[in-house]
Design a protein around this ligand. Structure first.
Ligand SMILES: [Fe+2]
Ligand SMILES: [Fe+2]
Length: 284
């Protein structure tokens, strides 16, 4: 595990990981669309996403991100944790692929940031695992009000069941409680806890880029059975909120690379909105 901190950057290894989340592959479709307009709009989102370059974060830190993804797929503890998401009917409104991507990027951010925060390799290895666990579980109560606080309580119960030691559970619980944008946060007791918390936040907010418009948005509108007219009404306001995310990244790496990811999402969102206005004129 400690060797992963010596991974050098690689410009191509992780591009496919990013592409799968923004492509029209069956893996990213959550359910059939509730309205034909949404199918057209999602197609536009995929078309625009394909024209955009892979964000620099996924190129610059490709090896680390790939390592995090491979660990996520192979770790026994993470797979036991995933079983709780699958089997206990706990709702993950953004879809499992959102949680997997957050887990992978949160783990990668811990590995990238640890040396700059004077955290040693052995210590970073445990925090890396904690960040991936936090990513998998962070939206476990997504459909409930106050989902961050309720999710942190549920995550603690699950991780206790899985026998995770108390210190790591606390890092994860605090990170999940602190993961919402524009809400008050509690400062972690130590640098290690702060790193897991900041990494989870940034990895979650990376999803407000292209993935939000190619995948997550459609999961949400289908899930709420939202009519296209209602989406049109709130779209511009929601886009303003996404723009503000750019100033909220909490790690150095997130602040460096996050705004580009968000800008790509906004470019796709603008294309969707333009088409939605035309559809609106014609009565959807
Ligand atoms: Fe959340
Ligand atoms: Fe999330």
């Amino acid at each position: 595990m400690a060797n992963v901190l010596h991974l050098t950057n690689d410009t191509e290894a992780c591009q496919s990981v990013f592409r799968v989340l923004t492509s029209a592959s069956p893996a990213v479709y959550y359910a059939p669309m509730s309205h034909p307009a949404y199918e057209q709009l999602q197609d536009i989102a995929h078309r625009v996403a394909k024209t955009l370059p892979v964000p620099a974060f996924y190129g610059r830190h490709a090896k680390t991100i790939r390592f995090a993804g491979e660990h996520l797929a192979a770790s026994e503890l993470l797979s036991e944790c995933r079983a709780y998401l699958d089997e206990s009917k706990l709702e993950c409104a953004h879809g499992l692929c959102h949680c997997e991507a957050v887990a992978r990027d949160a783990g990668a951010l811990v590995l990238i940031e640890a040396p700059g925060r004077s955290i040693g390799e052995d210590n970073a290895a445990g925090l890396f695992l904690a960040a991936e666990l936090a990513g998998l579980l962070h939206d476990i109560k997504r459909k409930e009000k106050d989902h961050a606080r309720l999710g942190s309580i549920e995550a603690d119960r699950i991780l206790k069941d899985l026998g995770l030691e108390k210190d790591y559970r606390k890092y994860i619980v605090d990170a999940i409680r602190n993961h919402e944008a524009f809400k008050g946060t509690t400062k972690a007791d130590d640098e290690e806890g702060q790193l897991v918390s900041d990494a989870l936040y940034d990895a979650d907010k990376f999803r407000w880029g292209p993935e939000n418009f190619t995948t997550t948005l459609w999961t949400i509108v289908n899930d709420c059975d939202m009519p296209p007219e209602s989406l049109h009404r709130v779209f511009k306001e929601k886009m303003k909120g996404i723009e503000k995310i750019k100033d909220t990244f909490r790690t150095r790496t997130g602040s460096q690379f996050g705004p580009e990811i968000i800008d790509q999402g906004i470019a796709i969102g603008n294309a969707i909105y333009k088409e939605m206005c035309l559809m609106m004129e014609q009565g959807f």
